[in-house]
Design a protein around this ligand. Structure first.
Ligand SMILES: NC(=O)c1ccc[n+]([C@@H]2O[C@H](COP(=O)([O-])OP(=O)(O)OC[C@H]3O[C@@H](n4cnc5c(N)ncnc54)[C@H](OP(=O)(O)O)[C@@H]3O)[C@@H](O)[C@H]2O)c1
Length: 263
């Protein structure tokens, strides 16, 4: 299927940030696109992506819900999916006990439940069709106990781990699974996660276009994963050595309310 002329790429969370840039990579590489997000801005993204040529379809659905995932899956229909980019996700700042429980749960439902539900459906179709590429947006946050972003980092630890596990299970097929692990990246993520009073929310961050290029290349090369950016690679290496308690303390300095650098 991967050798047919215009292949289909499905990209979740493609309205802004890293997902929009991943969708742009797909469009530039001559894929037709089915892009999804929860808000109407997905239509603006589609208009922009159409300039790259090729077909762009949209689905506006809450991918934290079974109904939302089903709506996206129905929009795929019986078409073979050559590339699935499971990228939709959200953060949530502040101390866990101070977070609204429904907000915390929504992070888990979006980042984990909705993501793996979609991968389960599309992955089975890929197995039947005999090939496919899956890119999962995890994070270097998955290596760090995320004080003041505890739930979010936990979801990314899940996804980083899940991605490598699924890849191993599919090693004898022509389906590849790749994990994109960005560090802090300049997107709407921090504003949405109420992290603008923190150091990580206000410091200089990576360019989402560069992060997406790294992810796209790793996926097309069939790699297991890519940590985007040299300093993030160092941070992951340190995370493998330092005690978890030290890492949690370091994360407090980045993500606790009031840590934002003063102008
Ligand atoms: N920015 C960073 O520093 C960073 C670092 C590492 C990993 N990541 C990961 O990168 C991915 C993309 O984030 P981003 O930084 O590009 O942030 P972003 O600009 O806020 O983009 C998030 C995307 O996910 C969509 N989304 C969120 N919840 C959704 C839901 N319930 N249903 C459907 N779509 C939903 C958003 O669409 P709507 O607006 O329509 O909800 C948007 O398109 C996330 O998985 C994030 O965890 C980000």
């Amino acid at each position: 299927m991967l050798d047919t002329v215009r292949k289909l790429a499905v990209v979740t969370g493609a309205s802004t940030g890293i997902g929009l840039e991943l969708a742009r990579e797909a469009a530039k590489n001559k894929f037709d696109l089915l892009i999804a997000a929860n808000e109407p801005e997905i239509e603006t993204a589609a208009t922009e992506l159409k300039r790259e040529g090729g077909k762009v379809e949209t689905v506006q659905a809450d991918l934290a819900t079974t109904e939302g995932v089903d709506a996206l899956y129905e929009a795929i229909g019986d078409r073979p999916v050559a590339v699935l980019i499971a990228n939709a996700g959200r953060g949530l700042g502040k101390a866990f006990l101070d977070q609204d429980w429904d907000d915390a749960r929504y992070v888990v439902d979006t980042n984990i439940t909705g993501t793996i539900c979609l991968i389960h459906k599309v992955g089975n179709d890929m197995r039947e069709q005999g090939d496919g590429r899956i890119l999962i947006t995890g994070s270097i946050a998955g290596f760090l106990p995320g004080s003041y972003q505890a739930v979010y980092n936990g979801t990314k630890a899940f996804l980083d781990s899940f991605s490598y596990a699924l890849r191993e299970e599919l090693k004898d097929t022509r389906i590849t699974v790749t994990c994109l692990m960005p560090g802090p990246t300049e997107t709407e993520f921090f504003e949405r996660a109420d992290l603008m009073d923190t150091k990580v929310g206000t410091e200089k961050k990576a360019d989402p276009a560069k992060v997406a290029k790294d992810g796209w290349k790793a996926m097309m090369d069939g790699e297991g994963g890519v940590v985007s950016g040299a300093s993030n690679k160092l941070q992951v290496a340190a995370a493998h050595i330092l005690p978890a308690e030290t890492l949690a303390k370091m994360h407090t300095k980045e993500a606790a309310p009031g840590t934002a650098e003063k102008e």
